[in-house]
Design a protein around this ligand. Structure first.
Ligand code: AMP
Ligand code: GLY
Length: 419
């Protein structure tokens, strides 16, 4: 089986790593890939959003299965295009991907189908948005409607910050078209949890849970990022909590799919806030999370191509997913300055010094003159397994210390306090 993975981050490296263990897989291509992926797959220089070129490549190479990592090609309709050509592709179609592509659509879906979420209003013009602020307390959360690479959510602690956020998005177009419409919502206090699920023709089957660290600084301070570290399972995730979430959230999402005539196959990532008043949905993503993929896929014992096949056929069962009881944790090493301005092209040293049971997934890396160099904000994900999260944490930190590049930054508190 020839597989094409689309994307270039640590999530895609984890996908390539896991797919490479499938007995069916004979060859993996990755478009565009990175310096780490290159060791396991043939990288093809086509951007993840260039659907025409990806399609021609898949036809030319007789690709048997295409796995789409990032959200942008999904929301652009890559799955519809590949399916029309009779190619097998893993991910939700364009209509279903709107659950991530538009936060207004997604919040309206939650409201319509009784899925607990933060109270919100949506606005398409600046004046109404500014007036709308009076209906919220501080902090208030302001979100760009469209895709903004994980940066379109601003938590504003007072009126002047909120005004600035509205102006930035709606008149200064800091997030381009994505911020022309916004969602304004109440701030939820609680513990975050990421629940990634396989969705097999509208049937939701949860994977093991994860805890992402969204903020750039220790103690969950500073700006939101794509994620600075992660562990699995999330210690707050008891069986009772999963039952509660199944009853109040997953069943309602399935019902919404049917009523809206959505046919969902792929991965649905549910971002949750576990509050004193119960679990509420923060957001939907229509793909694996990054860094969630890194910690969840290393715990999956079953063959990923078999799971994907069954998901697409609509026959996946919970028993098809076997997990190791080991726990996992990853730490992201980022370029200093991320999530704002940062430099690229720094030589990464020490990658070969890591212990052999440590998995280093590459994010923004590139090979240059025989050196592996930084090529993005989130550079590598140092991932360890252990009998406990504490053990995985110790291993991951021991090993990240062997690696360095100029201005390397990582949080020192990933997994430190688990609840
Ligand atoms: P989203 O892309 O909607 O998940 O938002 C990104 C991050 O912003 C989340 O992972 C949370 O850390 C934070 N966030 C989003 N919405 C809220 C909210 N209503 N209350 C508190 N934090 C939020
Ligand atoms: N880690 C959050 C995301 O992938 O959006």
């Amino acid at each position: 089986m020839k597989v094409l993975v689309i994307g270039s981050g640590a999530r895609e490296h984890a996908l390539v790593w896991k797919l490479g263990q499938s007995k069916e897989v004979t060859k993996i291509y990755c478009a565009p890939g990175n310096a780490g992926i290159k060791k396991l797959a043939e990288c093809v220089n086509i951007k993840a959003e260039d659907i025409d070129k990806l399609l021609s490549f898949a036809i030319k190479e007789s690709i048997d299965l295409t796995v789409v990592g990032p959200e942008a090609p999904l929301t652009m309709g890559i799955v519809d295009r590949f399916s029309q050509e009779g190619l097998k592709v893993f991910g939700p179609n364009k209509a279903a991907s709107k659950l991530e592509g538009s936060k207004i659509y997604s919040k309206d879906f939650m409201k319509k189908y009784n899925i607990p979420t933060a109270r919100y209003e949506s606005f398409a013009d600046r004046e109404s948005a500014l007036k709308g602020l009076k209906d919220f307390q501080y902090p208030v959360v302001i979100k760009a409607d469209g895709l903004a690479a994980g940066k379109g959510v601003l938590i504003c602690s007072n009126h002047s910050e909120a005004e600035e956020a509205v102006n930035d998005m709606m008149s200064d177009k800091k997030f381009g078209e994505a911020g022309l419409s916004i969602v304004m919502e109440e701030f939820l206090d609680g513990i975050e949890a990421s629940l990634l699920c396989f969705v097999s023709k509208n049937k939701i089957i949860p994977m093991e849970s994860a805890r992402d660290y969204k903020k750039i600084y220790e103690g969950d301070k500073g700006a939101n990022t794509g994620g600075m570290g992660c562990f699995s399972p999330n210690t707050i995730f008891t069986d009772e909590l999963l039952d509660h979430i199944t009853l109040n959230i997953l069943n309602n999402i399935e019902n919404g799919f049917i009523k809206e005539k959505i046919e969902y196959s792929g991965v649905l990532f549910i971002g949750l806030m576990i509050t004193k008043e119960g679990s509420k949905v923060l957001e939907f993503n229509v793909r694996f999370g990054d860094p969630e993929a890194e910690v969840v896929l290393v715990r999956l014992e079953s063959d990923l191509t078999e799971i994907i096949d069954k998901t697409i056929e609509g026959t996946l069962e919970k028993s098809d997913l076997q997990w190791t009881s080991k726990k996992s944790l990853c730490i992201i090493a980022a370029s200093g300055g991320y999530p704002f301005k940062y430099e690229k092209g720094k030589i990464i040293n020490g990658l070969d010094k890591a212990d052999k049971d440590i998995i280093i997934f590459h994010g923004g890396t590139k090979e240059d003159n025989g050196h592996i160099c930084t090529n993005g904000g989130r550079v590598i994900a140092v991932t360890a397994l252990g009998e406990s999260i504490e053990e995985a944490r110790k291993e991951a930190y021991k090993n990240i210390e062997k690696i360095n590049f100029e201005n390397m930054y990582y949080r020192s508190d990933i997994g430190k306090i688990q609840i």
